[in-house]
Design a protein around this ligand. Structure first.
Ligand code: PGA
Length: 265
């Protein structure tokens, strides 16, 4: 159990929206978060690569952080058409990157070796990594949800070279069958997986109790509080609902209210 972790609410915009709507979305979000106190909940958005620097500039005096949705498996600079390295992200003051999202794993070519390269280079460049794990529906029905996720955590461990690098890791548990489907894991099932992840992490790092574990998969204003009530769920990674500033804000509020009313210790 880890009540002392400041919650995280991160919006994954995926391949959305067009520029005009992105502008309206950030404007509204900034209005809503005008009086937000950073220590109550970390808030971040992950726009497309095309909107990353614009979002960073727009949000420079705001409490909202900016996250890259992906990074190259190649470090540094060089002749790699279409790629953006962790070093280039860092050079542009982007401090966070999503790695291992199931859409990258299943729709593109991100296998374990590629993901480990991405993690290694991101950590070496000084980025904070939001590493996504999660089982398919078939794996859940076969009773393999926990072992699948723990294997993915072992994949992560092999890419974390320095003990201190664990401080720069956030894990998002996103059951694949719950992403964009309107189905969510029950809060109990999500908590059970989160607890197993934390127990697994405890074998790997002294930072296990401080490591933020987020849930993702059809999180909405209506169900955010259920997840916020779980002791090992330290935040959420939100896809669809993060494209609506008011809905996203309600999710943030659910975490602020629920987590700050849970007694520490
Ligand atoms: P969703 O996406 O909230 O639209 O299900 C979550 C994610 O893929 O991060």
């Amino acid at each position: 159990m880890s009540q002392a972790i400041t919650p995280w609410v991160i919006g994954n915009w995926k391949m959305n929206p067009v520029s005009q709507d992105a502008q309206a979305l950030l404007e509204r979000l900034q209005q809503l978060l005008y009086t937000h106190e950073r220590h109550l909940c970390h808030v971040a958005v992950a726009p497309t690569l095309l909107h990353l620097l614009w979002a960073k500039q727009t949000l420079q005096s705001s409490v909202i952080d900016v996250v890259a949705q992906d990074v190259s498996r190649v470090a540094g600079l060089g002749a790699y058409t279409g790629e953006v390295s962790a070093d280039l992200l860092k050079d542009s003051q982007i401090d966070y990157v999503l790695i291992g999202h199931s859409e990258r794993r299943t729709l593109f070519t991100d296998d374990v070796a590629i993901l480990q390269d991405k993690i290694r280079h991101a950590l070496t460049a000084g980025l904070k990594v939001i590493y996504c794990v999660g089982e398919t529906l078939q794996q859940r029905e076969d009773g393999l949800a926990e072992s699948t996720v723990l294997q993915q955590i072992c994949d992560l461990e092999r890419a974390v070279e320095q003990a201190d690098d664990w401080q720069n890791i956030i894990i998002a548990y996103e059951p694949i069958w719950a992403i964009g489907t309107g189905k969510t894991a029950s809060a109990e099932d999500a908590q059970a997986i989160h607890q197993s992840i934390r127990q697994g992490l405890a074998q790997m790092t002294d930072f296990a109790q401080q490591l933020p574990l987020l849930y993702g998969g059809s999180v909405k204003a209506e169900n955010a509080q259920d997840f916020a009530q779980c002791p090992d769920i330290n935040g959420v990674l939100v896809g669809g609902a993060s494209l609506n500033a008011d809905a996203f804000y309600q999710i943030i509020q659910a975490f602020v209210k629920t987590k700050s009313s849970v007694s520490i210790g």
